[in-house]
Design a protein around this ligand. Structure first.
Ligand code: BGC
Length: 438
C-alpha cells in the first residue's frame, strides 16, 4: 500500500490537526454554553449544581461518600483531618446496577440501599456523586434526565435520586434521617482539586472527565446563569456543562455512520468522538472503511472485516504491542505493512480525540475568563481511564492545549490528578452544602 493513499485517507477523513479549526469550534462551543445558560435551545445542558467553591472544610467529621460511575459503584466513609490528610475508611467497590442486565426502579434503588447499608451508622451526611445527566434542585437532590453509558434502568429516568434512595432505605427499616447532596462527577472532581492544599495557586477550577464518558464542569458567575433568575447577582457556582453533548463538530461519513448505529444517534456527538465507550469501536469502523478503500492486503482486509468487537482496551493493547487482548491471535497474522497502516489510522483517531479534548478545555478556560497570568493558572482536575491509560493521550492533549492557548488568547493551565477525586468531591459536598430536606 502506498504511503500517499494512507495519508489521503487520514486527510480526507479530517483526522489531523490541520483540518480541525480550533478557533471555529471554540467559538461555537462558547455560544452553545451561553445558550444553555440562558435556557435557550442548545446541545449543552449547562446544569447548575447549586454548589459554590467558597467552602471551609469541617475537619474530623465523617461523611458517607458514594460514587455511581459508568461501571462501578464505590462507597466509603471519609474524614478530612487537616494538613491535607484524608482518611478513607470502609472503601468498597460494587457493580453499578443496570450495567449487566436491565433493572426496575425498585431493584435499582434497593441494590444501592444495600451498598449503603453498612455505612449508615457512621454519619448522617451523605455526598452522592452520580455520573449521569441530572437536573439538580436547590435542595441538592436531583432528577435523572436519562442514563448514558448503556445503563439499563429505564424506569429510573425522571425520578429524584436521593428521595428514591431514602425511600428504599426507609422500606428496609432504617429510621434515621440523612442529609443527601447529589452532584455530577465533574463537579465532584472540581471540588477535589479546589480542596487540594495547593489550591491558593490557582485562578479558577475545572473538573474534566474522560473515561467511559466525557464531561466538564467549571465555575460561572450567578449573573450569567440567566435561566435561573433566583441566581442572578448571587456569587458564583459550579456548572455541569454535559459537554459530551456538544454537536457542532465537523465529522466524516465514517463518524456519521458509526453514530447512526449507536443507541442515541445524533446525540452526544463529542462524547462519541473522544470517550472510552466509543473510541475502540470507532477506530474499528475506520479500519474497516480503510480496508474497503484497499489500504490493506487481501488477508489484512479479511482480518479487519472478521472483527466484531474492538473495545477501547483492545485498541490500546494494539497501540502498545501491535496485538490485541482477545484479538491478539487474529492480529498476529497481519503483515508488517498492514500493522503499520492500522497503527497509523488508530493513532490518527486517537490524535483527533486528543485535539478535541484540548479544544473543549480551551473553550471552558476562555469562558471562565480566568488564567491570564502565568503565576495563577486555571487548575484542571482531570479523571478517567481514557485520559490516563490510552497511549500518550494526556501528553497529546496537553500539548494541543498549550498550542491553542498561546498567541492571541494567552491563558495558563495546569492539569492535576487527585486520587479518588469523585469520592473526595462527594464527601466535600456532603459536608459543606446545606440540603433543605433531610
Ligand atoms: C454523562 C455525564 C458524566 C460523564 C463522565 C457522561 O456520559 O452524561 O454526566 O459526567 O459521562 O462520567
Amino acid at each position: 500500500m502506498q504511503e500517499s493513499s494512507l495519508s489521503d485517507f487520514i486527510r480526507s477523513n479530517k483526522l489531523t490537526a490541520a483540518y480541525i479549526s480550533h478557533t471555529i469550534i471554540i467559538k461555537d462551543l462558547i455560544k452553545e454554553m451561553e445558550k444553555g445558560l440562558a435556557g435557550d435551545r442548545s446541545s449543552l445542558s449547562m446544569l447548575p449544581s447549586y454548589i459554590h467553591t467558597d467552602f471551609s472544610l469541617p475537619l474530623n467529621t465523617p461523611v458517607i461518600a458514594l460514587d455511581a460511575g459508568g461501571t462501578n459503584f464505590r462507597a466509603a466513609v471519609i474524614t478530612f483531618r487537616g494538613n491535607n490528610r484524608i482518611d478513607i475508611e470502609d472503601y468498597q467497590t460494587y457493580m453499578m446496577p443496570g450495567i449487566e442486565s436491565e433493572v426496575s426502579k425498585k431493584e435499582f434503588f434497593n441494590i444501592i440501599a444495600d451498598y449503603v447499608k453498612p455505612l449508615l451508622a457512621r454519619s448522617e451526611r451523605i455526598g452522592f456523586c452520580f455520573s449521569y445527566p441530572v437536573e439538580i434542585l436547590p435542595d441538592h437532590d436531583g432528577k435523572l434526565l436519562y442514563f448514558t453509558k448503556e445503563i439499563k434502568a429505564p424506569e429510573v429516568t425522571g425520578n429524584y435520586i436521593c428521595r428514591s434512595l431514602r425511600e428504599a432505605l426507609l422500606q428496609k427499616g432504617f429510621k434515621d434521617r440523612w442529609s443527601f447532596t447529589l452532584l455530577n462527577d465533574t463537579v465532584a472532581t472540581l471540588l477535589a482539586g479546589k480542596a487540594d492544599f495547593a489550591s491558593s495557586l490557582y485562578d479558577s477550577y475545572i473538573g474534566f472527565i474522560l473515561g467511559t464518558g466525557s464531561n466538564t464542569a467549571y465555575i460561572e458567575e450567578g449573573s450569567k446563569i440567566l435561566k435561573d433568575p433566583s441566581l442572578s447577582g448571587k456569587g458564583h457556582q459550579i456548572i455541569n456543562a454535559e459537554s459530551g453533548m456538544f454537536n457542532l463538530i465537523p465529522r466524516s461519513k465514517i463518524d456519521e455512520e458509526f453514530d447512526s448505529k449507536t443507541n442515541n444517534p445524533g446525540n452526544y456527538i463529542f462524547e462519541k468522538m473522544v470517550s472510552g465507550a466509543y473510541l475502540g469501536p470507532l477506530a474499528l469502523e475506520y479500519l474497516k472503511s480503510a480496508a474497503d478503500c484497499g489500504l490493506f492486503s487481501n488477508s489484512g482486509k479479511k482480518v479487519f472485516n472478521s472483527i466484531s468487537e474492538f473495545v477501547t482496551k483492545d485498541m490500546n493493547a494494539f497501540l502498545f504491542s501491535g496485538t490485541g487482548r482477545k484479538t491478539s491471535n487474529i492480529f498476529s497474522s497481519l503483515t508488517g505493512a498492514d500493522k503499520g497502516a492500522a497503527t497509523a489510522i488508530i493513532e490518527a483517531v486517537v490524535e483527533r480525540a486528543a485535539i478535541l479534548a484540548a479544544i473543549n478545555l480551551a473553550a471552558f478556560i476562555l469562558k471562565s475568563g480566568k488564567g491570564s497570568r502565568p503565576e495563577k493558572p486555571v487548575c484542571i482536575t482531570a479523571e478517567g481511564s481514557t485520559l490516563y491509560r490510552v497511549k500518550d493521550f494526556k501528553e497529546k492533549m496537553e500539548s494541543h492545549l498549550s498550542r491553542i492557548l498561546t498567541g492571541e488568547c494567552e491563558r495558563y493551565f495546569k492539569v492535576i490528578k487527585i486520587e479518588n477525586a469523585p469520592l473526595i468531591g462527594a464527601a466535600i459536598a456532603g459536608l459543606t452544602t446545606h440540603p433543605v430536606y433531610a
